[in-house]
Design a protein around this ligand. Structure first.
Ligand code: KIV
Length: 293
């Protein structure tokens, strides 16, 4: 798994499977996951050799500009999944099941998860929730669709849990999170995202379950890490979470480029000679003659 580069040349890389996640945990190899919502960024992430790409419902916030992930629908995510799929040939592709696409019934969850696989061309789905959603995770997994769990801060139901708050700050809530993780493991998930859980509790969960944990804001001891691509790139200036490391400042880069373009157009310095298309000399002569007559 991971990056296999010789010099600048990209060598053949093995497709990452759900089974590889488990092997990586066994071998202590950290799993790298990032979100993507389009063809160019999934191509880049896949070329770099990330192990997994998540088409997250965070798309609703960082791309569509919603305040929360709640309004996101399956219909909105499916074309995005297909675009991501076209760019990625190596990473394990996970589609995020949006709010109310899996909570209503097991049957509904299987049907919608199936759409992510059949129409979205994803290889697995992510489902938010702990013990209360374990029966759903089991039903989807029993239908033959790999499921990634997601506990801790679960943005789709954050209002129920007092907003975007760090989870696992006391002994009771810690026990509850460990129970959540265990019940998802029993339900057959192939991994569990731990979002904004205290480092101590994330460590206990990681040591307790046999499936890999993928942390986001849950400290250093998870089996892997996931970040929202727009946070990595500095492309969501509205809010930068404490746990996210910004590796680039694309918002400033884009702002500068667009401002320069606007200024060039206004001053007439774009387009230049090299940007224009010309007629053949003979055709230009004909045109000149016609204009003169
Ligand atoms: O939607 C998303 O991007 C997620 C990650 C934060 C794990 O669920």
């Amino acid at each position: 798994m991971g990056l296999e580069l010789s010099g600048n040349a990209r060598t053949e890389r093995k497709k990452v499977s759900v089974a590889d996640f488990s092997k990586m945990k066994t071998h202590g190899q950290r799993i790298v996951m990032v979100t993507s919502y389009d063809y160019p960024t999934s191509t880049i992430a896949d070329d770099v050799g990330v192990d997994s790409i998540l088409v997250g419902d965070s798309y609703g916030m960082v791309v569509l500009g919603y305040d929360t992930t709640i309004p996101v629908t399956v219909e909105e995510l499916l074309p995005i999944c297909r675009a991501v799929r076209r760019g990625a040939s190596h990473s394990l592709l996970v589609g995020d099941m949006p709010f109310l696409s899996f909570q209503i019934s097991e049957e509904d969850a299987i049907r919608n998860a199936g759409r992510f696989i059949k129409e979205g061309r994803m290889e697995a789905v992510k489902i938010e929730g702990g013990r209360e959603m374990a029966h759903i995770a089991r039903a989807v997994s029993n239908a033959g669709i790999p499921v990634l769990g997601h506990i801790g801060l679960t943005p789709q139901t954050s209002t129920l849990h007092g907003g975007y708050r760090v989870q696992g700050k006391n002994a009771d809530s810690s026990e509850s999170l460990v129970k959540d993780a265990k019940s998802l493991e029993d339900a057959g998930v192939f991994g569990i995202v731990l979002e904004m859980i205290t480092e101590e509790v994330a460590r206990v969960i990681t040591q307790t379950v046999s499936v890999p944990t993928i942390g986001i804001g849950s400290g250093r001891y998870c089996d892997g890490q996931v970040l929202v691509l727009h946070d990595v790139l500095g492309l969501y200036p509205r809010f930068v979470p404490k746990f996210a490391k910004q590796y680039a400042d694309l918002a400033s880069t884009i702002k500068k480029a667009v401002a320069e373009y606007a200024s060039d157009v206004r001053q007439g310095t774009f387009p230049e000679e090299k940007h224009v298309f010309k007629m053949d000399d003979a055709e230009r002569d004909k045109l000149d003659l016609r204009q003169k007559s």
